[in-house]
Design a protein around this ligand. Sequence first.
Ligand SMILES: Cc1cc2nc3c(=O)[nH]c(=O)nc-3n(C[C@H](O)[C@H](O)[C@H](O)COP(=O)(O)OP(=O)(O)OC[C@H]3O[C@@H](n4cnc5c(N)ncnc54)[C@H](O)[C@@H]3O)c2cc1C
Length: 355
Amino acid sequence: MRTLAVVGGGVIGLSVAWRAAESGWDVTIFDPDVGSGASWVAGGMLAPLSEGWPGEDEALAFGAASLARWPEFGRRLQEATGLSVFVAEQILTVALDAADAEDLRTIAAFVGAHGHEVRLLDRAGVRGIEPNLARTVRAGLLAPTESAVDNRLVVEALRRCCALSEVTIRPETVAALTDLDHDRIVLAAGAASARLWPELPVRPVKGEILRLHHRPGAPPPPRHVIRARVHGHPLYLVPRGNGIVVGATQYEAGFDTAVTVAGVRDLIADAEAILPALGEYELAEASAGSRPGTPDNLPLIGSLDERVVAATGHGRNGILGIPLTAEAVVALLDGELLTEVKVADPQRFSTGGMR
Ligand SMILES: Cc1cc2nc3c(=O)[nH]c(=O)nc-3n(C[C@H](O)[C@H](O)[C@H](O)COP(=O)(O)OP(=O)(O)OC[C@H]3O[C@@H](n4cnc5c(N)ncnc54)[C@H](O)[C@@H]3O)c2cc1C
């Protein structure tokens, strides 16, 4: 049987390991603490359309291709484990001023021109579907095909899928890929991937995020994921069964996962500008993680040499990218290249590469 080592057991490594084991590989995941990285910290939005912007056609195409695979992927997770991972069905981006409203029209025109359905809403339209948002909200953009998952449930479901598919987990840090004697290796060490393959342009991008619990008497969480830009900061509220996840800050801070007072203060202040009743919720958790960032905000999926395949660099969209990445990496291990991941070829950064 062909042997495969997967280095890193975040959502990317776990999903690749599961799908590879299903297609006949003898898989071992190496990770000192499976599921403890960015995958545990994330918000869980699947938002390639709401994040669309003119000129970012490749990111839109990659994200939309993965979003399209999520319903079937979620169904398979549920079938295998009984866990239902979806927490919201649509994403509503709201505008607080005229410049924000103009941005929503720009996004709608851009993603609409690529054939995706989004709807512009006026003030009354927003209030009609989310009555508890601030009165200052003046317009909205609804993306009916976008959604959100509970990323921690996804980690748990993928762990169970790996166990069911007889993936071996070794709780070890890999010091060098040359220490592994497997037929093939998938490098999925998230923000730390460049420590094992220094030419890979992956860097940690710090993000802080809050988890709030609903308290008796407080207004219920929004039904949609709510996104906005407040005081120049991107902000999102992702509903959970028992509350709301509020994210996220973004800094270049190296490998630093300390939660700062300023980060928490800004997130709460910005979130209250969108959902005034938020102060009635319980602040249950503040955490920080390292997104695996790349220079062009596209992931790195492709062969690094005849043995090693990279599956990393998903930045702020790694939860979104799970289904397409897993499918593409398993195809690559069999020598096939999915059209949708050509833009993610790591060789684009090497001399004489794609770019
Ligand atoms: C605050 C925040 C909010 C986010 N929100 C969203 C969102 O709403 N939607 C979305 O799509 N994405 C979101 N993301 C991004 C998403 O979390 C990441 O892109 C994704 O989790 C990356 O997964 P990964 O498996 O590559 O990395 P990780 O989850 O970081 O996993 C990497 C794993 O590799 C292991 N590892 C590292 N080095 C080694 C080694 N040498 N040997 C063995 N193991 C090693 C680590 O222990 C870790 O478990 C968010 C991220 C943050 C920080």
